[in-house]
Design a protein around this ligand. Structure first.
Ligand code: ADP
Ligand code: ZN
Ligand code: ZN
Length: 726
């Protein structure tokens, strides 16, 4: 009997010892008891780790009938944990698919006949019982629900038949297995010369070890068509393919393009996929039956048996950064995975982030460019509306947010029967309610944040923790009955103005709180693509990869939103968002026009956007980051100290600040109360660690954190290369 170290899906870095009579191999998935729970974990180490009496070590309960994790996968889990300073157990938890892999062990009860039908001759029996006998005749077994549906017998009848010895019941493991995906590799699109050249470079990378390539092409240049060729190459070599996309672009548009090209539906992996479906996919991926998986960032942790290529679509997108449980940047971890699997990875985007650009400049990543839009489509003209001169005019419905120029253009576009899109990155009706009589603003009870008004549901909602309440009729402070006033616009309010100005126009809102699931989002996108919508109003969901050939006018309600942010990436993100939204216009035969409403028409970021001059923006951004030694010119990590007890959080933060490392290459900032000093009922403090590029920041952090004993009611979250500074 040997001892094995089992990694469990718990917030621990260390393995736990268990014994087994049967020899176990690393990566094998096993079931063990842990305290009162039964958990599924993976064999990580052969031999004992803890210094305890071998007699006291508990045995493994059973070996789970699932494929072993590959050595590459185990390495990936170890390295992801180490890089992000997260417990290995939590990374394993992601890799096990959030417990879904336990489902194959789920039992179902089957019922069958104990007595042969013929032997019943002469026995008096009711009609329903006879129906059950007939249904289950010939050794047939069925689930209770199926018997009920087929015979009309009640559950009680079936139970009674078991008692009287007519039926038996037996439990079996359900073991749903997907069939092997059969793909069609026939080419459907004829590539342009530029596309063909790009495709060939990418295809040559397949089967030739690790490489990372930026597929850098303007919006509408056919990046998808091009990386499809690399995918076809990998599939032709019998390899598996993983395509990571921002969660929201997993709508039918991308999927139907894929289906047209390859003749199969890819396996899909994201938060809305059901548990049973996930279990099936997990297994199909591990058994090399699933050839193509398209998913949100979490799909990166699937146990591929023979991965051949990874594509990260819209690789600049911030939704690849996960901020809960294990904090990681999915794009970067995808590069790590490709490296460990010795396969190519393609990062596809029209607006690469600075980190990726610098990696290309330094020769770490290759780059393939697409400079032209497909066919006759040309890039849209981008114009600025100076809100100080071109002031929105009040209407009968109230305050207005659309400048007269934009209103005029919308009207003309409607007359031409062309489609328009209005973009405002703010959900709800208004970001805040203020009392005109006493100045009171309604705040979230759990966060440092105002509650946003959502008029369609009559609620006030916190956009940080999800707290909800019905919109009060009176001011909660002074009791005034007509004091509460909406302050500023959200998409619902823009839609209200549009409907008042253009009562005949067909409008729709695309916003994560209104179109809450894939089905609803896909439906709005389909209606827009089929020209059933004249004016589409929405949040950043609109910016992502959709293709509407008849969309010729885009209006950005507030181009300044985000520009005034002081975060490291706020101007980059604004640039990307504006360039992406603008890229939605004029993708067909007709030329597109984009209007940016702003109070700061001279802002250099906006200037770069209207000139389609990405290099200008990149140069500005590089200079400021270089000056501040910020990523990619330095390394950054954030420590977030939080507790429901304010003093405890403050004391821990203060103590960490006191023993923070300071050298020529290492600088620590803080502690300071976080901008979101109260979030979900926890008091929060932040520290920032900034180091030179050649410093191992994880080692510095490890040493620093080991110097401080953190009380159990305080949590310290490490965020390597943070995107959020709240
Ligand atoms: P990107 O991903 O660069 O924004 P897409 O791949 O979505 O661009 O292409 C934009 C549009 O042009 C899509 O409707 C696509 O089907 C079409 N397209 C691009 N290249 C081709 C091609 N070679 N043949 C046919 N259609 C193409
Ligand atoms: Zn009031
Ligand atoms: Zn809140």
């Amino acid at each position: 009997m040997a001892v094995y170290g089992i990694l469990l899906p718990l917030p621990f870095n260390d393995v736990f010892d268990y014994t087994s009579d049967e020899p176990l191999a690393p990566g094998q998935i096993v079931e063990v008891s842990f305290g009162r729970e039964i958990l599924v974990g993976a064999v990580w180490k052969i031999g004992q780790s803890a210094d305890i009496d071998a007699q006291k070590i508990k045995p493994v309960r059973q070996i789970v009938n699932l494929p072993k994790l590959t050595p590459e996968m185990m390495d990936f889990i170890n390295k992801t944990a180490a890089y992000n300073m997260a417990p290995r157990g939590l990374v394993l938890k992601m890799a096990l698919g959030h417990k879904s892999n336990q489902l194959p062990r789920q039992k179902v009860a089957l019922y069958g006949l104990k007595i042969k039908n013929e032997n019943l001759d002469g026995v008096r029996i009711s009609e329903t019982r006879q129906a059950v006998f007939d249904f289950l005749g010939g050794g047939f077994e069925a689930e209770k629900d199926d018997i009920i549906a087929a015979t009309g017998a009640s559950g009680n009848v079936i139970n009674a038949m078991i008692k009287s010895g007519f039926l038996y019941k037996r439990e079996v493991l359900i073991n749903e297995e997907a069939e092997e995906q059969k793909v069609n590799l026939n080419k459907t699109a004829l590539l342009t010369e530029e596309q063909q050249q790009a495709a060939e470079i990418l295809m040559r990378k397949v089967g030739n070890g690790f490489s990372a390539t930026l597929l850098d092409g303007v919006t509408g240049s056919g990046k998808t068509e091009v990386y499809f060729e690399a995918i076809a190459e990998a599939l032709g070599q019998g390899k598996q393919v993983l395509v990571l996309v921002p969660e929201i672009s997993l709508t039918s548009q991308w999927l139907s393009r894929f289906e047209r090209r390859f003749g199969v539906t890819p396996f899909i992996w994201h938060s809305e996929v059901g548990v049973r479906e996930k279990a099936k996919t997990w297994k199909a991926v591990a058994l090399n039956k699933a050839k193509v998986v398209v998913g949100a960032r979490s799909a990166l942790f699937l146990p591929f048996a023979g991965l051949g290529i990874i594509v990260v679509d819209e690789s600049h997108d911030h939704s690849f950064k996960q901020e809960s449980l294990v904090t990681y940047q999915g794009r970067d971890m995808a590069v790590l995975r490709a490296h460990l699997e010795k396969i190519p990875i393609i990062l596809s985007t029209a607006t690469p982030d600075l980190e990726t650009i610098v990696n290309v400049e330094e020769g770490k990543y290759d780059c393939v460019r697409l400079t032209k839009r497909y066919a006759r489509a040309v890039l849209p003209e981008i114009k600025i509306i100076d809100l100080k001169k071109d002031k929105p005019q009040k209407g009968a419905w109230g305050v207005s947010f659309l400048a007269p120029t934009l209103v005029g253009e919308l009207e003309k576009n409607l007359k031409r029967s062309e489609q328009s899109m209005l973009f405002l990155n703010r959900r709800g009706y208004a970001p805040l309610l203020i009392c005109r009589d006493c100045g009171y603003r309604i705040q979230c009870p759990h966060c440092t944040a105002w509650l946003a008004e959502h008029r369609m549901t009559g609620e006030l909602i916190c956009h940080h923790c999800g707290f909800k309440m019905f919109t009060p009729k009176r001011c909660p402070d002074c009791g005034s009955e007509d004091g509460l006033t909406a302050c500023g616009p959200g998409v619902e309010r823009i839609a209200e103005e549009v409907r008042n100005r253009f009562p005949d126009a067909r409008t729709a809102i695309l916003s994560s709180d209104i179109t809450t699931n894939y089905k609803q989002i896909s439906e709005v996108i389909r209606r827009t693509a089929d020209k059933e919508i004249d004016i589409l109003i929405g949040t950043q969901i609109l910016a992502k990869g959709h293709n509407f050939p008849d969309l010729t006018l885009v209006g950005v309600i507030d181009a300044d939103l985000g520009l005034m942010g002081t975060d490291l990436r706020s101007s980059e993100q604004t640039y990307q968002l504006l360039a992406q939204v603008s890229g939605r216009a004029g993708r067909g035969d007709k030329k597109g026009v984009v209007y940016l409403q702003t109070l700061y028409p001279d802002n250099p970021v906006l200037q770069a956007v209207i000139e389609h001059n990405r290099q200008k923006f990149i140069d500005i951004e590089k200079n400021s980051r270089r000056l501040l030694k910020m990523p990619p010119y330095g390394k950054l990590a954030a420590l977030i100290i939080s507790s429901t007890n304010q003093q405890a959080a403050e004391a821990a933060a203060y103590y960490l600040g006191k023993c923070a490392p300071h050298t020529e290459l290492i600088e620590a900032l803080g502690p300071a109360p976080a901008p979101m000093s109260l979030l979900r009922g926890r008091y929060r403090y932040r520290l920032l660690l900034k180091t030179a590029r050649n410093v191992n920041i994880q080692e510095v952090l490890k040493k620093w954190l080991s110097m401080v004993k953190i009380k159990s009611n305080v949590r310290v979250d490490v965020d390597i290369n943070p995107y959020s500074f709240m």
